[in-house]
Design a protein. Structure first.
Lengths: 190, 190
DNA sequence: TATGTCATGTAAGTAGTTACATGATTGG
DNA sequence: CCAATCATGTAACTACTTACATGACATA
């Protein structure tokens, strides 16, 4: 994020404008992180006057900082254990009454559709800058655009899934308990 | 997870068997959490002899514990800010050379495909229990199955996205810098 | 006798959130 | 004059991770 020099406050805006779609950070996390990176020699700072308030502290990347970025990227894929709150809720949804379950799932569906719209608006903004979109993007935009594209595919999938869920849930609540084979639940062996 | 009484050690196994696909927890987090929930009256415990090692501590849910579960589910959708490590890497992928970028993306693609296979195997297990799958599931399996279904849709989408990325990346590296309109990058306005 | 599994935990550290503290300048 | 924005931070807390501690029993 410091390919161009910037202050902590600037970085916060960068998070809110684009990066927030897959990562976020508060100022109270950013400031100590910048201080630590400077102490470790990954960054350097210079003070610059600001119109209002305290002077701005402009950070720039050092060689060592760039090295670390490259090591991180060349070290291969980071795939952490996921923690998906809403899937935890869906997993245990049987615990509430049928109408509340439908209401929950409809809420999910709407939330996903809203996120889809946000991303579509961003894409429209890009397209209006250059009608050849998504081709002929400047280098600086190419990889960010790939992340946007995934966001769109993902939320479309999510809406589709929620719609499927709603329809099987409705079908199930209409015709009550059907016989099941075997007996023991699959959950233990999931 | 305590709809049936279980020990902390049992819960860890439940995480590893199914829940890990969207949530995980270590024993060092589980034990203190159980102690806290018992202190707050959400759980009760009884000691039970174990074959080997220390006696098992079997926890069961109280009324108050079930109430809290219901409140959590009826309180509506939890949609936290996402933190997707690999998208952060993709966003900054321009920082490494072209061949390393392709290698990275191929690694991603393979990781997604592997996760797909894991989920497909789980599904096959369910199907072999009852060939009518995904219909006629017992109540205890219905909502867990919806989470599995999303996992499948999601990782298929991810593989598709990575394949798209690989092909546009290759196309781009074959015919070098094309003219771009305007000038300023879209990233700031993402 | 060594390794693996069962079963309980604690301790130290990292990452992230929410709330608070401070103060200048601009616009309504 | 009040609220918003610019701009810096600290403090307290929650969530989670990695490493360590203890010890019984089972199997090779």
């Amino acid at each position: 994020m410091l390919s161009e020099p910037a202050s902590g406050y600037d970085l916060k805006k960068a998070f809110e404008q684009s990066i927030r779609h897959f990562w976020s950070a508060e100022l109270s996390q950013i400031y100590p992180a910048l201080a630590r990176l400077e102490k470790d020699g990954r960054l350097e700072s210079t003070a610059a006057p600001s119109g209002k308030g305290p002077p701005r502290k402009i950070y720039s990347r050092t060689e060592s900082g760039l090295d670390e970025l490259v090591r991180w990227l060349e070290g291969g894929v980071e795939l952490k254990q996921e923690r998906v709150d809403f899937l935890s809720q869906v997993f245990f949804l049987e615990a509430i009454p049928s109408d509340a379950r439908l209401k929950y799932m409809q809420g999910l569906r709407d939330a996903f559709a809203a996120r889809c719209d946000v991303l579509l608006n961003i894409e429209d903004g890009w397209r209006s800058q250059d009608p050849r979109y998504p081709d002929h993007l400047p280098d600086a935009d190419f990889y960010p655009q790939l992340t946007l594209r995934l966001g769109l595919m993902k939320f479309r999938t999510l809406v589709e899934w929620a719609d499927d869920c709603l329809s099987v849930m409705r079908a199930r609540s209409e015709r009550p308990p059907t016989a099941t084979l075997g007996g023991r639940s699959n959950v233990e062996a999931f």
